[in-house]
Design a protein around this ligand. Structure first.
Ligand code: GLY
Ligand code: MN
Ligand code: MN
Length: 450
């Protein structure tokens, strides 16, 4: 396999610098790594590092703790980690240890986790404010309180407890929202691999196959690149395509149905997130073609609205206008487009009802994408939708889902369609990272006929 992109040590250091520069000069920030989680009895889930922790340290071991202390003479970045232990490492894998924490991961100082309860109150002493992610983990909340109480109890020895608790999420998340060149290379690789996986699934699809057989093709493409799925892949044929988070993937694919695949890969934490919908037997029926083209037109309109200066909601509104206009033209919705796009205004004393289109299109047109599939970062600032800026990465994923329970003509039943691409905002507009897998009707039919 060719070499794949990575994040350099210099970039991790630059991220920490940016965080440290945003902290009050006399604050301390504490960030916990993820813990191993039991799946059943002795078996654990594969370890996945906490995304904030990964972003700032690149350190991929469980239970560690990173501390950021601006202006501290002995070092501003302190890492607590597990000790080297040949016996334990024989069972669970190599650890960096405190040497590796400094030489490989750039910590100015490193201590063993066993020293945490002694050392951390000392590091906190004399600082005005503690930044940490409040309320994420009961265990960590309690730990912070216990370190504070230790400090209070030792005040007579000259230790001085901080008197302010401040959040940490927003500071890190606003950094994460803007992707660097190195991050975009990671995400392009994740996107290319996922595009290849979707292409492969289209190529092997045939009536009579199980949904999980297509899932297996996706997994094969991810694992052959050393990647994991970024989330549980959705492979839904026919009516299953109308279940938004369908992950059973046990149905049999039927000739004449559409199949919806939502699957992305993760490269060193960086996610891709692609959805394609295609006919099981390679040819769209007339009603499928009409609805598919409508969703595709909506997606094109939304992508055209991803540009600097537009706000977060503009792509959604662009997609919605195309979808509602099309649904009216097809007789699936009745009324005026402008009015249909709004939630009805409730009369006084009456319950708020939802716009009729939400029966068929019940999610937003996208989300931020990065180290988390639904990535961090505010969607609104001061009550207004956030302005799009170069370096932000988002998905564009309009859809339509029509079930027999909906009061529409039978020809539309059990058609579930979503088309999802990942795009980065550029100076001029946006670049589609996931262009490596086809989505135009003729291109899908040609690929599946080949
Ligand atoms: N795959 C999750 C999503 O599209 O949001
Ligand atoms: Mn998505
Ligand atoms: Mn998706």
């Amino acid at each position: 396999m060719e070499s794949t992109p990575t994040i350099s040590a210099a970039e991790f250091a630059a991220r920490r610098r940016r965080l440290l520069d945003q902290l009050d000069p006399n604050a301390i920030a504490i960030l916990a790594a993820a813990e191993l989680k039991v799946r059943n009895r002795d078996a654990e889930y594969p370890f996945r590092q906490d995304s904030d922790f990964l972003y700032l340290t690149g350190f991929n071991e469980p239970s560690a703790l990173a501390v950021f202390i601006p202006g501290r003479e002995e070092g501003e970045f302190v890492l607590f980690c597990l000790d080297k232990d040949p016996l334990a490492e024989r069972w669970t894998g190599i650890r960096a240890g405190i040497e590796g924490a400094m030489t490989v991961y750039g910590a100015d100082q490193a201590f063993l986790l066993s020293e945490l309860n002694r050392k951390l109150p000392e590091l906190m002493s004399g600082r005005d404010a503690i930044h940490y992610r409040m309320g994420h983990s009961r265990k960590f909340d309690q730990q912070v309180m216990s370190w504070l109480n230790t400090l209070r109890g030792r005040a007579r020895t000259g230790l001085v407890p901080p008197n302010k608790l401040v959040g940490l999420d927003v500071l890190i998340h606003d950094l994460r929202l803007f992707k660097s060149a190195e991050e975009l290379a990671m995400m392009q690789h994740a996107a290319d691999t996922a595009a290849q996986a979707h292409t492969r699934a289209m190529q092997v699809c045939a009536p009579g196959k199980f949904e999980f057989e297509l899932e297996a093709e996706l997994l094969r493409e991810f694992r052959c690149k050393g990647m994991e799925p970024a989330y549980t892949s959705i492979v839904g044929g026919g009516e299953n395509a109308c279940i938004l988070h369908y992950v059973e993937n046990r149905g049999v694919l039927q000739a004449g149905d559409l199949v919806l695949i939502d699957a992305g890969g993760e490269h060193y934490g960086y996610a891709s997130d692609i959805t394609r919908t295609f006919p099981v037997s390679g040819q769209f029926s007339a009603p499928q073609r009409q609805l598919y083209q409508l969703v595709l037109d909506a997606q094109h309109a939304a992508i055209a609205a991803v540009k600097p200066g537009n706000n977060w909601d503009d792509p959604h509104q662009a997609a919605l206008r195309v979808l509602v206009t099309g649904l009216v033209a097809l007789g699936i919705l009745q009324g005026e487009v402008e009015a249909l796009m709004q939630d009805p205004v409730a009369a006084e004393g009456e319950a708020q009802t939802e716009a009729a289109y939400k029966q068929f299109f019940m999610h937003k047109t996208g989300h931020w994408l990065g180290l988390d599939v639904h990535d961090v970062g505010d969607y609104k600032r001061d009550g207004a939708w956030r302005t799009l800026e170069p370096g932000m990465v988002l998905t564009v994923e309009p859809g339509l889902y029509i079930s027999p329970a909906d009061n529409v003509a039978e020809q539309w039943w059990n058609i579930g369609i979503r088309i999802e691409d990942d795009v980065v905002v550029t100076e001029e507009g946006c670049r589609v990272l996931t262009a490596g897998v086809v989505k135009e009707i003729a291109a899908i039919e040609a690929l599946m006929a080949a």
